[in-house]
Design a binder for this molecule. Structure first.
Ligand code: PLP
Length: 417
């Protein structure tokens, strides 16, 4: 139904979905089947030979999954989309289709922990050279490029330090050298930023996060040019087999319908939470691109539409022990990894999502031991702030008690000498 004239929220509801031609069902049916019956042997052979369109087997394609692929492709402004069993399955399938032994890949050093491990352990183990850089520093990127560089990989808003990447500048540099730019757009979603429109070649999501939005599925998607996406479908997706099941595709179709509403609320809430944290004496630093104090606030304003996303990171003056105490003191906010859910979640990257990056990797990526990551949900901002406030107050009281106890012990030791 999409003729290119509808705006984003309309397309989030309608793209990729038509009433079922057999029954009139408005909701896209869940084609919960592994295989599809051919009319006769000639039809089966024609489908395998690619001479006739139609379904064969759900690892090769499924109607519910195709609806999702069409919807996300339209929303990201691509020619084609692919769905995967997880964000990591999408990242692995895309990169393994783009590089081979002897090739070189440049990636940002501040990225999700499992992506870091995939690049630095798995890909390098297969003979691909990987150089980690800061993709906000175009001179460093340029110095890292080699004649055999095939891909530049980055996250549009980096996990977990919320570093803003100048995608148009990065993509232009890559394009001039015939290098593909692959961007993980999980933290922003296509409602806030569409990397393909900024000149990037492939956009990937952990659809587990904002696209699904309700914390009830694991999924990944990739969007780009038809020719490249077909190649990925027929090689790494089909033969490694990390496909998405029809029920999870249906949940995503449902989740994406409310993506614009949720992203606006996430962004509004996160802005208020970031301001609240910035005003607390226990907090030494708040990372949120919506704050004027963020070093790339102006760039984010230029690149992003409708808001700055729902993730806020912060550091406590009293360091990691205070961070851990805070995690143990929240009530409404749930202590859990993941992000982009309607529920507010809090986690500690150094011991959780970025534990596998190692101490040196975290130091180079700017992930301090005291950093706490908050995925701000769509509850009432006042309630989220009240929960953070009571947790910070409790920590301060405990800290004061410890300090008083310490002073008392020192005093009595001095007196007994
Ligand atoms: N990319 C980013 C930015 C993430 O935060 C995550 C997971 O947290 C992933 C990719 C991996 O996604 P999944 O857990 O769906 O495999």
């Amino acid at each position: 139904m999409h003729d290119g004239t509808f705006k984003f929220s309309t397309r989030a509801v309608h793209s990729g979905q038509e009433p079922c031609p057999c029954t009139g069902s408005l909701a896209t049916p869940i084609y919960q089947t592994s295989t599809f019956v051919f009319n006769d042997a000639d039809q089966g052979a024609a489908r395998f030979a690619g001479e006739e369109e139609g379904y064969i087997y759900s690892r090769l394609g499924n109607p519910t999954v195709h609806s999702l692929e069409d919807k996300i492709s339209d929303l990201e402004g691509g020619e084609a989309g692919l769905a995967f069993a997880s964000g990591m399955a999408a990242i692995a399938a895309v990169l393994l289709a783009l590089v081979r032994a002897g090739d070189h890949l440049v990636a940002d050093r501040t990225i999700y922990g499992c992506t870091y491990a995939f690049l630095t352990e798995l890909l390098t183990g297969l003979g691909v050279e990987v150089t980690l850089v800061d993709t906000t520093d175009l001179e460093e990127v340029s110095r890292a490029l080699r004649p055999n560089t095939r891909v530049i990989y980055t996250e549009s808003l980096a996990n977990p330090t919320l570093k803003v990447i100048d995608l148009p500048a990065l993509a232009q540099m890559a394009r001039e050298k015939g290098i593909q730019t692959v961007v993980d757009n999980t933290f922003l979603s296509p409602y806030l930023l569409r990397p393909l429109e900024q000149g990037c070649d492939v956009v990937i999501h952990s659809a587990t996060k904002y696209l699904g939005g309700h914390g009830d599925l694991i999924a990944g998607v990739a969007v780009g040019k038809k020719e490249l996406l077909n190649r990925i479908r027929m090689t790494t997706l089909k033969n490694m087999g990390g496909v998405l099941g029809p029920f999870d595709a249906w949940l995503l179709l449902r989740g994406i319908k409310t993506l614009p509403l949720r992203m606006e609320r996430h962004s509004l809430n996160a802005q208020q939470v970031a301001r609240f944290l910035a005003g607390r004496c226990e907090v030494s630093r708040v990372y949120y691109p919506g704050l004027e104090s963020h070093p790339a606030h102006e760039l984010a304003r230029k690149l992003y539409e409708h808001g700055f996303g729902g993730v806020v990171a912060f550091e406590l003056k009293a360091g990691y022990e205070a961070g851990r105490a805070l995690l143990n003191s929240v009530g409404l906010i749930r202590l859990a990894v993941s992000l982009g859910d309607v529920d507010t979640l809090i986690e500690h990257p150094a011991s959780m999502t970025h534990h596998g990056v190692g101490e040196e990797g975290r130091r180079r990526a700017g992930i301090s031991d005291g950093l706490v990551r908050l995925s701000v949900g769509i509850e009432d901002a006042e309630d989220i702030i009240a929960d953070l406030g009571q947790a910070l107050d409790k920590d301060r009281r405990q800290g004061n008690r410890k300090e008083a106890g310490f002073r008392e012990t020192r005093k009595s030791r001095a007196e007994s000498r």
